[in-house]
Design a protein around this ligand. Structure first.
Ligand SMILES: [Zn+2]
Length: 316
């Protein structure tokens, strides 16, 4: 990515027009390109010409991931926390003098994954910010961060991109362009997530078909086939369909549905369903979503969900 993404332009101007703070909090749903923004800002600040030229020594070091004035931290593994040791290393890094530029930069990816000790430790650093240092916290879920940490950062909200810009950007990159709006709606308007999702639309249809014909099948067998797919996506889609079925059951109207390509099937599926059971199913799936990165095996979760979908029809 050699330049900023089109829908980042207002945030970029906003960042450059102000005095650079000690800490920035970049937040917004996954797939808005927050990390790319942080990387581009890093390149720009550390470049000898302040323009991410790509040719000067700092730019080359950045490209090789060996720039000594940049530290990037994140959880050691999916589902893991950011530890207090990682923050201690960060504090240590901030106490060193810069090697090249006159700026030092820390990027904390998935900042909401800091555990309590890590968070307290970072707060101390933010309360007495080192000079010539920019700390960038990146978060999909900033409300998990402590209020005091949030209050110490200048905030950049990525959640309201210009819809025309994101639509055009995605449209130019899709093979099947008629899905452009649908993909954005399925991805909370996040263009990078939408582009990634485009590769999974066949899987989505496969899952949908298995769901619509579920009553005739064995839920355990179905859950086994679901477990072979990416669990995060499976649960996201199931949640999205459940929410649509609820929307339709309540309003009787189709224009509010997210899954606009599956309206007819969702309409006929929604026929005569018990709203209370639907909300229970929604809860069950949301709970399962919270358990994704824990030690609980997806198969068990998916079996209970498949059974709940079967029951939905049976208990009418
Ligand atoms: Zn440069």
């Amino acid at each position: 990515m050699s330049n900023i993404l089109p829908w980042h332009e207002p945030l970029w101007q906003q960042t450059l027009s102000r005095h650079l703070p000690h800490a920035l909090l970049l937040y917004g749903v996954k797939g808005m390109g927050k990390s790319l923004f942080a990387q581009y800002l890093t390149k720009t600040l550390l470049c000898e010409k302040k323009q991410a030229c790509g040719n000067c020594k700092p730019c080359k070091l950045l490209k090789a991931n060996t720039h000594p004035d940049l530290l990037t931290i994140q959880p050691a593994d999916i589902g893991k926390q950011i530890s207090v040791d990682q923050i201690r290393n960060t504090i240590q890094f901030c106490s060193l003098t810069t090697k090249y530029a006159h700026y030092k930069i820390v990027i904390i990816n998935l900042a909401e994954a800091m555990n309590r000790n890590a968070s307290n430790s970072l707060l101390k650093l933010l309360e007495e910010p080192p000079s010539n240092t920019l700390i960038m916290l990146i978060s999909h879920n900033p409300m998990v961060l402590s209020a005091t940490i949030r209050s110490r950062c200048q905030k950049l909200d990525f959640n309201r991109p210009d819809k025309k810009l994101t639509y055009n950007w995605l449209y130019e990159r899709l093979d099947n362009q008629k899905h452009t709006s649908l993909l954005l709606n399925l991805s909370a308007q996040a263009p990078l997530a939408a582009l990634e999702l485009a590769n999974s639309m066949d899987k989505r249809q496969e899952l949908f078909n298995s769901l619509m014909t579920l009553s005739a099948n064995d839920p355990v067998k179905i859950a086994t086939s679901w477990a072979k797919m990416e669990i995060t996506l499976v649960l996201k889609w199931l949640l999205s369909w459940t929410a649509d079925v609820i929307r339709y059951s309540i309003t009787g109207q189709t224009q509010y549905l997210i899954n606009q390509d599956q309206i007819e099937s969702l309409q006929s599926f929604s026929n005569n369903l018990n709203l209370q059971h639907l909300f229970k199913l929604l809860d069950l799936q949301q709970e399962a979503y919270q358990l994704i990165n824990t030690n609980i095996k997806p198969q068990g979760l998916l079996e209970s969900i498949a059974i709940a979908w079967v029951e939905l029809k049976r208990r009418v």
